[in-house]
Write a protein that binds this ligand. Structure first.
Ligand code: SMG
Ligand code: MG
Length: 372
């Protein structure tokens, strides 16, 4: 198999409502899609990948235009020059380029989709997924008032979501969590995500969250604070889950060994791709560490692929795999649908969803760029 070209498409997709985290408010998602063409014998197959980097380097050091630049200048040319390529070889071939995991993940993803389509095989079957449906959780942004938050959560629960994750930040944490727990009762699966907004000096404050029987607290401290997370985990009863800190299987192994995480949020884009994501799943499972699949406001492409990954047996907690309509009035593929708290694992070849050309044009910004 040879990679013959990669076309980069930049889109702007409006969100149905603003999404506020401890680091920003988003009203639109800036999307970079990769369309890879793979020659297999005399045939050519197309696959799609999605880059999860955000427009600004606030969640991670990577950001979208930087990812587009490194893909165009360094990553895609290297794979085209490599000759024989498969998805399983991508990480190794790109290893000399330091970092840029979100960019690398998008490229591996596009090649994987094309390769699976050539094999007429679904991603779930390739992974060895063991479920046909996965539980669907929803991530709820920071709201200006507690009544507004309660209305939003109530709406998601009426829709059937299986678990609620509240974004928190210093000053907007204990009271909203208390209000949601009191309003919706002890059976609600509830967790919080701080996106690195606290320091270890806030340990006594964060300890107050122990009253609310949370599934976990996600990434309370900074990306590089593994040792401090381990110390915090000793102080809290609430399980500590890492997101931003887990950038590879090696960092997952370190976090587990240090006691920095008893739960891991796996985001394929953040860790360099779906194959590294599966390695993290395997390491966590062997160590008795629960994992769940995170989200980066993916379009139907990434959302479908995440649903397949989350169907592996170690994904024992509901993921941030909501229906497309949680973020988008119109997706660029057929919508991913949440029904009765679950999302169906796609069964078609590749990631099992198709890009709708008119939608691509509707949301496109700038010109497509092809590297061949
Ligand atoms: O895709 O449902 C989704 C978003 C889930 O909260 C979510 N993602 O830190 O886990 C996280 C955030 C990262 C993106 S925030 C803009
Ligand atoms: Mg998170």
């Amino acid at each position: 198999m040879r990679l013959t070209s990669v076309t980069m498409h930049q889109l702007e997709m409006p969100l149905v409502s603003p999404f506020t985290t401890s680091f920003s408010t988003q009203t639109v998602r800036h999307v970079l899609l990769l369309e890879a063409r793979l020659r297999v014998g005399v045939d050519e197959f197309t696959g799609w990948g999605e880059c999860v980097a955000m427009a600004e380097p606030l969640y991670s050091s990577e950001y979208l235009s930087g990812a587009a630049h490194v893909l165009e200048t360094w990553l895609v040319p290297r794979l085209i020059a490599a000759g024989d390529v498969s998805a399983e070889m991508v990480a190794h071939l790109l290893e000399p380029i330091v970092g840029h995991r979100m960019a690398k993940a998008a490229l591996e993803m596009a090649i994987l989709d094309a390769q699976l389509r050539a094999d007429n095989r679904s991603f779930a079957s390739y992974l060895g997924a063991t479920r046909t449906h996965v539980p669907s959780g929803v991530s709820v942004g920071i709201h200006d008032s507690v009544p507004a938050l309660l209305r939003t959560v109530s709406g998601y629960l009426d829709e059937g979501y299986a678990r609620i994750k509240l974004k928190i930040k210093p000053g907007t944490d204990i009271e909203p969590v208390r209000a949601v727990r009191e309003e919706f009762g002890g059976d609600l699966l509830l967790q919080v995500d701080a996106n690195a907004a606290y320091t270890l000096a806030d340990a006594a404050h964060l300890k107050r969250l122990d009253d609310f029987d949370l599934l976990l607290i996600e990434q309370p401290l900074g990306e590089e604070d593994l040792r401090q997370h381990a110390r915090l985990a000793e102080l809290l009863d609430t399980p500590v889950c890492l997101d931003e800190s887990i950038v590879s299987a090696a960092s997952a192994a370190d976090a587990i060994a240090l006691g920095a995480a008893s739960v891991i949020n796996i985001k394929p884009g953040r860790v360099g791709g779906y194959l590294e994501a599966r390695r993290i799943h395997d390491i966590a499972r062997a160590n008795g560490i629960a994992v769940w699949c995170g989200g980066m406001l993916e379009t139907g492409i990434g959302r479908a692929a995440n649903a397949s990954l989350a169907a592996l047996p170690g994904f024992t907690l509901p993921g941030d795999i909501s229906g497309s309509d949680r973020f988008y009035a119109e997706d660029i593929t057929e919508p991913i649908v949440m029904t009765a708290g679950e999302v169906a694992v796609p069964t078609g070849p590749g990631f099992g969803v198709d890009v709708i050309p008119e939608r691509l044009e509707k949301f496109r910004v700038g010109d497509a760029a092809t590297v061949s």
